[in-house]
Write a protein that binds this ligand. Structure first.
Ligand code: BGC
Length: 485
C-alpha cells in the first residue's frame, strides 16, 4: 500500500514499529560493547592458566581492547562521515565478528592481544556511531529514551557476560565464551544493513529526497516530516569540520570541552571500579568463596539493567538535569556508605548486607543517570557542523578515562586504603553534580539544531535550548567572531 493510500493511524503505527526496530538494531551495538567489557574478567584466569601468563601479559590482554577502543573512537568520526553512519556500524559489526572468532581460536597470547585490539576498534567505532546515529534519527520527544536503549543494551551485555562467567567457572572453556560473541555480532550486521541512513547525514550529503523518505518512514505523518525538515535544513547542509573548526571557533571549543568533562566524570563516578573489580569488592565485604563473589556480581549486573529502565521512562519527562542530580546524590551516598562500612570493618551478616545494599544503590544511581545521560548529552550538545568530531573526541576520552580509572584502582586501595578510596569516589560524585549545575544544558525536547545555534551564538552552556534568554554581552561578541569566520 502506498503512503498516500494509508490511513494516518496505520501510517503512524507502522512508523512507531519501524522506529522501535531502528532503535533496537542500532542499540545492539551496546550489547556487543557490554559483552566484550564483561566477559574478560571471567575468562582471564583460564586464559592465564592455558598460556601460562604472567601479570604483565594478562594486563595486556585486558587493556589491548581499551587501546583499540580509543583508536576506533577517534577514527570513527571520519569514517562515519564518509561512509555514513549505517556503513560505519556495519564495518564495526564485521570487526566484531572477525575479532570474536579470532580470539576464540587464538593460538598464542600475541594473537589474543591482536584479536582484542581488533575487538576494541569495533567497540570504539560502535560506541561512537550508535548514539550519534540514534540522536540523528530519533524524534526529539523521545530522543532521550532512544539513546538510553543503547545504554540498556550495554548493561544487558555486561549481565550476559557475568552470567557466562559463572557458566565458564563450571565448564572452563574460555575459547567458546569468547568466540560465541560472533553470533550476536552477525545478527547485528544483518540488522544494521536493514537500517535506513541517518536523515541528517543524508541532508549534509545533499540527498534531500532520500532524507525526506527516511523521515516519512520514521514519523508516518507528512506534517511532522515537514516540521522536522524546517528545523533541520538551514544548519544541516553545512559540511562537517573538525580541527579547523576547533582552532577557529571558541564556541565549538566549549562544547567539545563539555563533552570531554562529562565523559571524564562518568568514569570518575567509579562505575568501572565496580564493573571490573566487583568480585574483589565483595571479597573485601566478607564474601569468602569465589562462587559467592560471582553470584553477587551477577546481582550487580541485574540491578544495572533494571535501573536503566528508570532512565528510559523518565529522561524525556523529567529532563536530563534533575535525573543527573538525583543519580549523583544516590551514587555519592552509596560510595560513602561503603567507605564507612569498610572503615568500621564489615563483620557480621548485617554489615555484609549493608555493604551489598550500598554497592547496589550506587549501581542503581549510575544506571538511572550518568550511564545513559552522559551518552545522550554528548550526542546532543555538539553543533551540526562539528558533531562527528566533537562526539569522537568525547568517546575517545571515555575510553582513556576508563583505562585510567581501572589502572589506578588497585594502587589507590594500597596507598589510601579501602575506606578512603570509596569516600574519594563519593566526593567526586558530588563534584559531578556541581559541574552539572553550572555547565550542563537542559536538552529535553529541544531540537539538535536549536542547541547548535544557541551554542554558536555564544549562549552560556547551561542556557542552551532556553527560549527566554537574550544572548549575553559576551555572547554577542562571540556571534560577531563566528560570523566573521
Ligand atoms: C560506561 C561504561 C560502563 C557501563 C556500565 C557505560 O555508560 O561508558 O564505561 O562500563 O556504562 O553499565
Amino acid at each position: 500500500m502506498s503512503a498516500a493510500a494509508e490511513t494516518p493511524v496505520l501510517a503512524q503505527t507502522k512508523a512507531r514499529r519501524f522506529g522501535l526496530f531502528v532503535c533496537f538494531m542500532a542499540a545492539l551495538a551496546g550489547l556487543l560493547f557490554g559483552l566484550d567489557i564483561g566477559v574478560i574478567s571471567g575468562a582471564l584466569p583460564f586464559i592465564a592458566k592455558h598460556f601460562v601468563l604472567n601479570d604483565r601479559a594478562q594486563e595486556w590482554i585486558v587493556s589491548s581492547m581499551m587501546v583499540g577502543a580509543a583508536i576506533g573512537a577517534l577514527g570513527a568520526g571520519a569514517l562515519s562521515w564518509r561512509l555514513g553512519r549505517r556503513y560505519a556500524l556495519a564495518l564495526a559489526a564485521v570487526l566484531f565478528i572477525v575479532g570474536s572468532l579470532w580470539s576464540g581460536f587464538a593460538g598464542s597470547p600475541e594473537q589474543l592481544i591482536g584479536a582484542r585490539l581488533l575487538l576494541g576498534l569495533a567497540v570504539g567505532m560502535a560506541s561512537f556511531t550508535a548514539p550519534l546515529y540514534l540522536s540523528e534519527v530519533a524524534p526529539r520527544q523521545v530522543r532521550g529514551a532512544m539513546i538510553s536503549t543503547y545504554q540498556l543494551m550495554i548493561t544487558v551485555g555486561i549481565l550476559a557476560a557475568f552470567l557466562s562467567n559463572i557458566g565458564l567457572s563450571y565448564i572452563a572453556d574460555w575459547r567458546w565464551m569468547l568466540g560465541v560473541i560472533a553470533i550476536p555480532a552477525a545478527f547485528f550486521l544483518a540488522g544494521v544493513l536493514a537500517l535506513p541512513d541517518s536523515p541528517r547525514w543524508l541532508l549534509q550529503r545533499n540527498r534531500a529526497a532520500e532524507a525526506r523518505a527516511v523521515l516519512q518512514r520514521l514519523y508516518g505523518n507528512p506534517a511532522d516530516v515537514q516540521a522536522e525538515l524546517d528545523q533541520v535544513n538551514e544548519d544541516s547542509t553545512r559540511p562537517q569540520r573538525g580541527w579547523s573548526l576547533l582552532r577557529a571557533n571558541s564556541n565549538f571549543r566549549r562544547s567539545v570541552l563539555l563533552g570531554v568533562v562529562l565523559q571524564v566524570f562518568q568514569q570518575l563516578t567509579g562505575i568501572n571500579v565496580v564493573m571490573y573489580y566487583a568480585p574483589r569488592i565483595f571479597e573485601m565485604a566478607g564474601f569468602g568463596t569465589h562462587e559467592q563473589q560471582l553470584w553477587a556480581t551477577v546481582i550487580v549486573g541485574l540491578v544495572n539493567v533494571i535501573a536503566t529502565f528508570g532512565a528510559i521512562a523518565f529522561v524525556d519527562r523529567w529532563g536530563r538535569k534533575p535525573i543527573l542530580y538525583a543519580g549523583c546524590a544516590v551514587m555519592a551516598f552509596g560510595m560513602c556508605a561503603l567507605g564507612f562500612l569498610m572503615h568500621a570493618g564489615v563483620v557480621g551478616l548485617t554489615a555484609q548486607v549493608l555493604a551489598v545494599a550500598s554497592l547496589l544503590l550506587f549501581i542503581a544511581g549510575f544506571a538511572m543517570s550518568a550511564g545513559p545521560l552522559v551518552w545522550i548529552l554528548c550526542s546532543e550538545i555538539q553543533p551540526q557542523q562539528g558533531r562527528d568530531f566533537g562526539i569522537a573526541v568525547s568517546t575517545l576520552v571515555n575510553w582513556v578515562a576508563n583505562m585510567a580509572v581501572a589502572a589506578t584502582f588497585l594502587s589507590l586501595l594500597s596507598t589510601v586504603g579501602e575506606a578512603n578510596t570509596f569516600v574519594l569516589y563519593a566526593v567526586l560524585n558530588v563534584v559531578f553534580a556541581v559541574v552539572v549545575f553550572f555547565y550542563v544544558p537542559e536538552t529535553r525536547g529541544v531540537s539538535l539544531e536549536k542547541l547548535g545555534r544557541d551554542l554558536m551564538a555564544g549562549k552560556r552552556l547551561r542556557d542552551l535550548g532556553k527560549d527566554d534568554l537574550a544572548p549575553s554581552a559576551r555572547g554577542q561578541a562571540v556571534v560577531k567572531t563566528n560570523e566573521a569566520l
